[in-house]
Design a protein around this ligand. Structure first.
Ligand code: DAH
Length: 333
């Protein structure tokens, strides 16, 4: 085909007209890109047309070059404009799709809450922490020494029968109370001591409305120079007041091998005396067992059952309810 000036000019004008029309009709960014390649790309239509320039009379070339530049600019600006419009539309579409209808009802998720035993333990610990006590724990599998002998209950001591014990095949036992934590803590720390120890304990009791083979206690221990029964009474009195409110309380003489003298504390509850804890002045033999000099240090201890506290505070009639994981029961707290 012979190239004439007017022929090339016609092709360029045609490319500009058809090109801009095609570009402005595009509704998709990918299609737009493929049009750009086919019009302005290295092997695109504009390049192809310009390939024919070599056959022109040299004096005609600047004219065609100028026209080609105009075509290129026109196509480029049509591409830019359409791209801009499509991108804008895409953003608007995205915004519309992501709009949140704040009037829609939310997803209701079931809400958990503290178990009554956990919250009773927390409450008791909070009170003692407020009185300057530190929280400690000990193992549930214990040796005879920590559970009994260091607590002034040598082998064959009749007080061992006060607590029916689960013995383990390895010679250890499941602790029957949290009192062994007293011994462990004293072995690891020097006086003065102010410590509370919550934990799980085990007894070979037949399960009924008020007994469980596994239950929880909190142990209290204070050791210092010059501590007396008055300090014990004051501390326990303050604790009971914060736990149960302004109830009447009484100290009743009792017996525990690891305290001397020992007492049990009752509170007035619904017209009756209700026993809530055991306590006493730490027996000198217990202090000796951990290497403390009973002539220099004295102290008091107390222990109480968390289930009993929770049952009184929440008017729970049967201990088995607190272990049953019945949501109808647990949702009440
Ligand atoms: N360990 C006792 C029990 O399980 C409770 C107890 C009584 C703990 C008097 C004490 C205490 O620390 O002083 O029955």
């Amino acid at each position: 085909m012979t190239m004439t000036l007017s022929n090339l000019e016609a092709q360029l004008t045609e490319l500009q007209e058809a090109g801009t029309a095609a570009i402005s009709a595009v509704a998709d960014l990918e299609v737009l890109e493929s049009l750009r390649v086919s019009f302005l790309g290295k092997k695109g239509q504009l390049s192809k047309i310009l390939g024919g320039m070599g056959k022109l009379d040299p004096s005609d070339r600047p004219k065609v070059g100028k026209l080609a530049n105009e075509v290129k600019t026109a196509l480029q600006s049509a591409l830019d404009e359409t791209r801009e419009q499509l991108q804008q539309a895409k953003i608007l579409e995205q915004i519309a799709a992501e709009t949140i209808d704040v009037t829609m009802p939310g997803t209701v998720r079931p809400q958990g809450r503290r178990h009554p035993l956990a919250s009773t333990i927390d409450r008791a610990l909070d009170i003692f922490v407020g009185l300057g006590y530190t929280v400690a724990t000990g193992p549930e599998m214990e040796s005879d020494r920590y559970n009994f002998s260091a607590l002034n209950m040598p082998e064959d001591h009749p007080a061992r029968d006060m607590q029916d014990t689960f013995y383990l095949p390895n010679g250890n036992l499941l602790r029957t109370h949290t009192s062994p934590v007293q011994v462990r803590y004293m072995e690891q720390n020097d006086p003065p001591i102010r410590v509370v120890a919550p934990g799980r304990v085990y007894r070979r009791d037949t399960v009924d409305a008020t007994h469980s083979a596994v239950f929880h206690q909190v142990e209290l221990l204070a050791i210092d120079k010059g501590l007396t029964f008055t300090d014990l009474k004051g501390t326990i009195g303050e604790f009971i007041k914060q736990m149960f409110g302004d109830v009447e309380i009484r100290f009743r003489p009792s017996y525990f091998p690891f305290t001397e003298p020992s007492a049990e504390v009752d509170v007035q509850w619904k017209g009756q005396w209700l026993e809530v804890l055991g306590c006493g002045m730490v027996d000198p033999n217990v202090l000796k067992a951990v290497g403390y000099d009973p002539e220099v240090y004295t102290g008091f201890a107390a222990g109480f059952g968390i289930e009993r506290f929770a049952m009184v505070l929440h008017q729970i009639d049967d201990i088995r309810r607190v272990y049953a994981s019945d949501l109808r029961f647990l949702r009440q707290f």
